[in-house]
Design a binder for this molecule. Structure first.
Ligand code: CMC
Length: 429
């Protein structure tokens, strides 16, 4: 951090004296105390479970104001990008830092089309994977395996290799995801079609031709594109922090992103979109009323999945967009989705209940996403894979940014040890 960004200091009084700690001010006025001198000067560490109060790096990628419900990628409000951009353009913006000139966008898009194929051996490997294995486990394994096929793009110290790996990851992960899905339903794979755009290609490789045509097809593609945009980055969430931690050891980008996919799979993170749908089905199938279900939540028997967020203490701006989209998709759908109605009732009841309002628990990005994916025909266990494809450019952007960070160090937190004091092994004294 430069001296210009450093504005003042705070004093920490401790039993050994007073320590001045530098304070830095970010673009939007948010202030951060630098704790690096603390251990050396005082011998003390800081305890912050879940890193709720810890900024582990400086970043220029995404800005969130959780109280005001603001989300911006590279300074652009998510609402503007949702209306005016495409996922491929947003991916470019996140990874390279600026919106592309039209020529650059075409070049990037073309590279993604040209590199969408996966090696034949890898296809055979995917076909041999357990059909009923969770697709997130298989996605993470196959992403890691890419390093074995493309060793010429694994060196974090070589800019050209990182660029090549960026294109390969963006281009090939949709193909891998679709092939894992086709294998899970016992259907032959569908090869990428270089004449199609990114999202159309993924949808076609997943469902084949004719799954959705005409106007509904267009809406369907737009909806997937929008959902990918809304998921594309979210600063230092659990999976992105994981990508950075793994990358900080100079592990290659494939291994780092594969670790991010594993982190995303958990139900407290990206796995929540699957968990929401399962919760809604549970409520419907058991016949329990919305009110009784909320009582169970308040008695801490279950969590209301798709509600709450570490950073947003107000509406998640993404959930508003997604709710609107769900309305549009389900209005046009042949089979209006009863689970959407149930989700709306659950949301309305929770937002009137002081248990949720007092704790500032609002619907998050995952609350309505699953309902949309379900209406489109994606099976529940593929929902988090769609989140993976959306979050991919964000992970890549963070991995790349970290490589150029002058303050870059291997991630190595401290601990607060509360275990046994020294004791002797039996027979040793
Ligand atoms: N249902 C019921 N109570 C909740 C919920 C929930 N979904 N979320 C938080 N709370 C309560 C929690 O019990 C605690 O109450 P108290 O102070 O009385 O003990 C209080 O709210 C604060 O919760 P917390 O667990 O300290 O909050 P956190 O910041 O550690 O957790 C969270 C954030 C997202 C993990 C959590 O809200 C949660 O488990 N939500 C459900 C899962 C979910 O939807 N995850 C997706 C998150 S957004 C997308 C993504 O990250 O991928």
């Amino acid at each position: 951090m430069s001296d210009d960004e450093k504005e003042r200091t705070v004093e920490l009084h401790h039993e050994g004296g007073t320590l001045e700690l530098p304070v830095f001010t970010g673009t939007e006025g948010e202030r951060t105390i630098e704790l690096k001198p603390l251990l050396g000067s005082t011998g003390m560490t800081t305890l912050d479970p879940g890193f709720g109060n810890t900024a582990s790096c400086s970043s220029k990628i995404t800005y969130i104001d959780g109280d005001a419900g603001i989300l911006r990628y590279r300074g652009y409000p998510i609402q503007d990008l949702a209306v005016g951009s495409t996922f491929v353009e947003v991916a470019y913006l996140l990874i390279y830092g600026e919106l592309p000139e039209p020529g650059k966008l075409k070049e990037f898009s073309d590279k993604l089309r040209e590199n969408a194929d996966i090696p034949n051996d890898m296809g055979t490997l995917i076909d041999a994977l357990p059909r009923n294995g969770h697709p997130m486990a298989l996605m993470s394994s196959m992403t890691n395996t890419l390093a074995g096929y493309y060793e010429d793009s694994t060196d974090p110290g070589d800019e050209e290799q990182i660029e090549l790996a960026t294109i390969r990851l963006m281009a090939k992960l949709p193909t891998i995801a679709a092939r894992i899905y086709r294998n899970s339903i016992g259907e032959a794979p569908i090869a990428p079609d270089p004449s199609l755009d990114y999202v159309e290609n993924f949808v076609r490789m997943t469902f084949g031709d004719g799954r959705v045509d005409g106007e509904l097809g267009e809406l369907f593609h737009k909806a997937v594109d929008l959902l990918l945009i809304l998921h594309a980055d979210h600063e230092l969430n659990c999976s992105t922090a994981t990508v950075r931690v793994v990358g900080s050891s100079k592990a290659d980008i494939f291994a780092s992103i594969a670790s991010g996919i594993s982190a995303l799979s958990g139900p407290s993170h990206g796995g929540a979109n699957q968990a929401v749908l399962e919760m809604l089905e549970d409520i419907r199938n058991s016949g329990v009323s919305v009110e009784d279900y909320l009582e169970r939540v308040k008695n801490r028997e279950v969590r209301l999945m798709g509600f709450g967020h570490r950073v947003y203490k107000n509406f998640d701006p993404r959930s508003k967009e997604i709710k609107e989209l769900a309305g549009q998709i389900l209005d046009r759908h042949d089979n209006p989705e009863e689970l959407f109605e149930l989700a709306l009732k659950l949301e309305a009841a929770a937002l009137k209940d002081p248990y949720f309002t007092d704790r500032k628990l609002y619907p998050n990005v995952d609350f309505f996403t699953g309902v949309i994916y379900r209406a489109m025909g994606f099976p529940t266990n593929m929902f988090t894979v769609l989140f993976t494809l959306g979050r991919l450019p964000g992970w890549i952007a963070h991995y790349r940014e970290q490589l150029h960070d002058p303050a870059f160090r291997i991630a190595r937190p401290r601990q607060h040890y509360v275990g046994s004091a020294e004791r002797r092994y039996p027979g040793q004294g």
